[in-house]
Design a protein around this ligand. Structure first.
Ligand SMILES: Nc1ncnc2c1ncn2[C@@H]1O[C@H](COP(=O)(O)OP(=O)(O)OP(=O)(O)O)[C@@H](O)[C@H]1O
Ligand SMILES: [Mg+2]
Length: 313
């Protein structure tokens, strides 16, 4: 296991004590693309900050490639690349210089730094922007420079904190491709996100984190199948006062696994979709069916089932 987190806790002391990380254990395999998925304030950045030696834990320990990040921070940092949640490019330096100085800082010679920088600028399709300054770049390009800089010293593990926050959909897809490319180079990637689609599309395994605790951890496919349904129907009803009766009738239909109440309708979890839709529509029409939507299980649903809350709230 290349990242090992054991019993990690972080309490921010201040006027009010905040328990940001509340006993996290997790292990990331070498070469894995691992995601921490959770809402605002879940403790994602705090966990990453401790892993990357930017914050000290209150309790517990983190080892990266066997190196304890508290005991040997300088050594640990050699094995770690990090792209923080907010842009940390040096605004006074060009794109080239941002990467070049990073290489020098990590002990490369001037010639090796120049060569490595040029290689990265080509790999990340930045060769035309070498003389640009960070302020002249779009969010997507700036993010790419940050990733290029973060892996310049050949870290074993790259930590990406909310890599697609603030990116437009097209830049997000380009970033996903860049991250998949890193995995092909054998770099282990740990990323945080509150976009369930991102965790689903990118990660081999995902831990869902809330209030500083890990609620579940598995592959996206296994998490989604834990919902226990193949298809989910959401019914919007004109007469929500008769929900109880309708809920019972729909529960009795062949293939229905369970039915949940929504403020103005029902959510129906179906084991199979075969032939069920006409049955549901027929039954619900007697109760003023206004609209019906059909979806597949998502990580969002896993989160809702675990917490009773929406990931986006
Ligand atoms: N330096 C700090 N001092 C005090 N409290 C903090 C500090 N940093 C974070 N917190 C609190 O710790 C909790 C976890 O914050 P953290 O930034 O780790 O969450 P997050 O999952 O990264 O959230 P976001 O999606 O907003 O980035 C929050 O309640 C936050 O307000
Ligand atoms: Mg954060």
């Amino acid at each position: 296991m290349i990242v090992q987190i054991e019993g990690l806790r972080k309490i921010y002391e201040g006027k009010q004590c905040v328990t940001a990380v509340d006993g996290i254990d997790l292990a990331v395999r070498a070469g894995e693309l691992y995601g921490l998925l959770g809402p605002n304030g879940a403790g994602k950045t705090t966990t990453i900050s401790i892993c990357t030696t930017r914050a000290l834990p209150t309790a517990g320990r983190v080892r990266i490639a066997g190196v304890d990040v508290v005991g040997s921070p300088a050594l640990a940092r050699r094995g770690i690349g990090v792209v923080p949640q907010y842009n940390t490019l040096d605004r006074a330096c060009t794109i080239f210089e941002n990467i070049y100085f990073h290489c020098l800082y990590f002990g490369f010679s001037a010639a090796a730094s120049r060569q490595r920088t040029e290689e990265l600028l080509a790999q990340f399709h930045l060769a035309e922007r070498t003389k640009a300054y960070p302020a002249q770049l779009s969010g997507g390009l700036a993010q790419r420079v940050q990733i290029a800089r973060a892996i310049a010293h050949y870290p074993k593990v790259l930590f990406l904190d909310e890599p697609s926050a603030g990116l437009d959909p097209q830049s997000r897809i380009a970033m996903w491709d860049a991250v998949r490319g890193l995995r092909e180079q054998g770099i282990t990637v740990v990323l945080t996100t509150h976009y369930m689609e991102e965790a689903d599309a990118l990660c081999d395994r995902v831990a869902i984190i809330d209030h500083g605790k890990i609620l579940v951890e598995d592959s996206p496919a296994a998490l989604k199948s834990s919902v226990g349904a193949e298809t989910i129907y959401e019914l919007d009803l004109r007469h929500p006062e008769s929900l109880d009766a309708l809920q019972q009738q729909i529960c009795a239909l062949q293939g229905v696994a369970s039915v949940e109440k929504l403020p103005s309708g029902l959510r129906v979890y179906a084991r199979t979709a075969d032939g069920l839709l006409p049955e549901i529509v027929k039954t619900a029409n007697h109760h003023g069916l206004r609209d019906i939507s059909i979806t597949e299980p998502s990580l969002e649903m896993v989160f809702i089932r675990l917490t009773g809350r929406d990931l986006r709230e």
